[in-house]
Design a protein around this ligand. Structure first.
Ligand SMILES: NC(=O)c1ccc[n+]([C@@H]2O[C@H](COP(=O)([O-])OP(=O)(O)OC[C@H]3O[C@@H](n4cnc5c(N)ncnc54)[C@H](OP(=O)(O)O)[C@@H]3O)[C@@H](O)[C@H]2O)c1
Length: 292
């Protein structure tokens, strides 16, 4: 049973919620970032009695400097010997044709998926280092939620892929910089996971379709409708969020985790196809699935 302290963002729903519950059951004290008090209370209420006391909700919008400062102050007060792991899970999708996505929308996405992730990571480094200093021979962990979308860009969510490619690049560079300090940076990259992310994607696509001007290139409408149908299928075929939670649990239990872990058969198959097919063939497959 682990007794170390971890901090996870985006714990109100989906992967973050499942991971917070799983890690608390494993014995960790879990500081669970939420944006509404009610979500924190619901998370604690969902935990089995034996682990509920180990979940500590904290208000944490990763785009808010004051939230980051206050959340880490609470972690430090609870764990003066340092933070064992930070799990940067918060993130969202932005759908629509690239041409009609505004810079304001793109900035909002990047603020959460990339800049907020980086800001919280930077602020947490002293606490992660303190853990390593107090536990000779041990490593601290910084886990970032990438995606199969960190490797493959599909249409109608261009900025989401830009953000997830960025998370992977950031993770790799951070891993090298922080390696000598005993902090292991890991990207966990799921394929389709059945969470609120998928209905939110469907709603985003529907909004994108409704907002298309009458003179938009016709392939925008037909292509988005194809992705909409795919998102509907993924809702029944994806992996459960517990699969990601278990993977993160294993990463935290490993002294020397790898740089990245894929979660889900769909993610693994897609990566194999990308590696082994000639690029033009692979891109033709992507276009056949997501454009018309
Ligand atoms: N589901 C998939 O198929 C899939 C696949 C690959 C990767 N991922 C990644 O996995 C992560 C979790 O996604 P999910 O599937 O669990 O989706 P989800 O159920 O929609 O959860 C997203 C979480 O992020 C939080 N969030 C959004 N903006 C935030 C901000 N500015 N500050 C703090 N929290 C914020 C949400 O909080 P609120 O409830 O307050 O909005 C929610 O807790 C994301 O990074 C996503 O890109 C998901």
């Amino acid at each position: 049973m682990r007794s170390d302290t971890v901090l996870i963002t985006g714990a109100s729903t989906g992967i973050g919620r499942s991971t917070a519950l799983h890690l608390a059951e494993q014995g960790y004290t879990v500081f669970a970032g939420v944006r509404r008090d009610a979500d924190g209370a619901a998370l604690v209420a969902a935990a089995p009695a034996a682990s509920a006391a180990r979940i500590v909700p904290v208000l944490l919008d990763v785009t808010r400097e004051d939230h980051i400062r206050d959340a880490l102050a609470r972690v430090e007060a609870h764990a003066p010997d340092g933070l064992y792991a930070l799990i940067n899970n918060a993130g969202f999708n932005l759908n629509g044709a690239f041409e009609y996505t505004t810079e304001a929308e793109a900035r909002t996405l990047m603020e959460t998926n990339v800049v907020g992730l980086a800001a919280l990571s930077r602020a947490a480094l002293p606490l992660l280092r303190r853990y390593v200093a107090g536990h000779p021979g041990a490593t601290a962990k910084l886990v970032n939620l990438g995606s199969i979308g960190s490797f493959v860009g599909i249409p109608w969510e261009a900025y989401y892929h830009a953000s997830k490619f960025a998370v992977l690049g950031l993770s790799e560079a951070m891993r090298h910089e922080l390696w000598p300090q005993g902090i292991r940076v890991v990207a966990v990259c799921p394929g389709g996971i059945v969470t609120d992310f998928l209905p939110k994607t469907q709603a985003g696509l529907n909004a994108g379709l409704a907002a298309l001007p009458a003179d938009a290139p016709p392939n925008y409408r037909t292509g988005m409708q194809k992705l909409l149908a795919m998102a509907g299928k993924a809702s029944s075929m994806g992996s459960p969020p517990e699969a990601v939670a278990k993977r993160i649990g294993k990463v935290l239990a490993t002294a020397q985790p790898r740089m990245r872990y894929m979660v889900g058969v769909d993610a693994r198959i897609t990566l194999v196809l990308q590696r082994w097919l000639p690029e033009a063939w692979f891109h033709a497959v992507i276009r056949s699935q997501f454009t018309a």
